[in-house]
Design a protein around this ligand. Structure first.
Ligand code: PBG
Length: 328
């Protein structure tokens, strides 16, 4: 006599059955690939703590974007790695800087690609902070017009999406007004609305050379224990005109992604950051976990938590795995 209790295993017996009952599907179309762009030509300078990632000169970034498009990825997020820095971070709005150059070349090599430009001063300031300093503190209101100027420079180069990651108050409104005033009402803003002061940005700061020379970012990035505050940040940015909001980092903040998803009616983006990527690689190198499975599992977790879009350094290898699965 077979006992009649709940038999969840019936729906897990075969791969076809598991596929039919999948609640969250991954698609390359919902991934954004970050690219680090440096000055020069023909450069692909590997980043040791981020296997597979490199600082690319604008021409090489354009080739890379075409390769990403070929595996089904629809968006890239550009970070600048300038060779010169100053207290104002004026390289951030240089129309001949690596990011505007890369935007123009990517628009030529991969015309369908949605090009997102990160807006922040930390890669361009000699002190490494995300805004200008006044008496040792980051001056919020003095930083706003500089961020708007950087956003305009990227919009003029052809960027589709402006992504401010500085965590200054009021920057979304400032950037929206600047874009509208210059005839770029059609360009979207994805705000890093909920960006925590996290240990997981370590490899990025090494890659972009943006480690603060003094102090840390806790005076402007969010405090990890807080989630109600995350909702205030997200709602304020939507109010100021953000078209999408981001939560960052990803995996340690799944509850925050869920809460933001329920609080706003714009797309929610999760950023699986450099430290999340690096630690999986480090463990896999030691044979302590299966990298491909960890990659799929963590990105699906971000989607399941409520992110419609995921920014991840795994974008390309993940897209390759997904297309292999689709054809098997
Ligand atoms: C710049 C910026 C950072 C990241 C994205 N934009 C670094 C920081 O705030 O220190 C982190 C991305 C990553 O770790 O992958 N403000």
């Amino acid at each position: 006599m077979t006992r009649n209790f709940h038999r969840g295993r019936r729906l897990r017996r075969t791969s076809a059955m598991r596929d039919l009952v999948t609640e969250t599907r991954l698609s390359a179309r919902q991934l954004v690939a970050p690219l680090f762009v440096c000055e020069g030509q023909g450069i692909r300078d590997p980043i040791p703590s981020m296997p597979g990632q490199a600082r690319l000169s604008p021409d090489v970034a354009a080739v890379e974007a075409a390769a990403l498009a070929a595996v089904g990825i629809r968006a890239v997020l550009l970070f600048g790695v300038p060779s010169r820095k100053n207290p104002q971070g004026s390289g951030a709005w240089d129309p001949e800087g690596p990011v505007p150059q890369a935007v123009r070349l990517i628009k030529a090599s991969a015309p369908e690609m949605s090009v997102w430009a990160d807006v922040c001063l930390c890669e361009y300031t000699d002190h490494g902070h995300c805004g200008v300093l006044h008496e040792g503190d980051v001056d919020n209101d003095a930083t706003l017009p500089l961020l708007a100027q950087a956003a305009l420079t990227y919009a003029r180069a052809g960027a589709d999406v402006i992504a401010p990651s500085d965590m200054m108050d009021g920057r979304v409104a400032e950037i929206r007004a600047a874009l509208n005033g210059a005839g770029f009402a059609d360009r979207a803003i994805v705000s890093y609305a909920v960006k925590y002061a996290s240990a997981f940005y370590g490899p990025f700061r090494e890659a972009a050379g943006s480690m603060p020379q003094l102090g840390d970012r806790r005076g402007y990035q969010m405090d990890p224990p807080n989630v109600r505050e995350a909702l205030r940040e997200a709602l304020a940015d939507v109010d100021e005109g953000a078209d999408m909001v981001m939560v960052k980092p990803g995996l340690p903040y799944l509850d925050v992604i869920r809460a933001v998803r329920e609080a706003v009616n714009v797309p929610v983006v999760a950023y699986q950051v450099s430290g999340e990527f690096a630690m999986m690689h480090a463990a896999a190198e030691r044979g302590w976990l299966d990298l491909e499975r960890a990659m799929v599992e963590t990105v699906v977790a971000l989607r399941r938590a409520g992110a419609g879009i995921v920014i991840t350094y795994f974008a390309k290898p993940l897209a390759v795995v997904l297309s292999r699965e689709a054809s098997s």
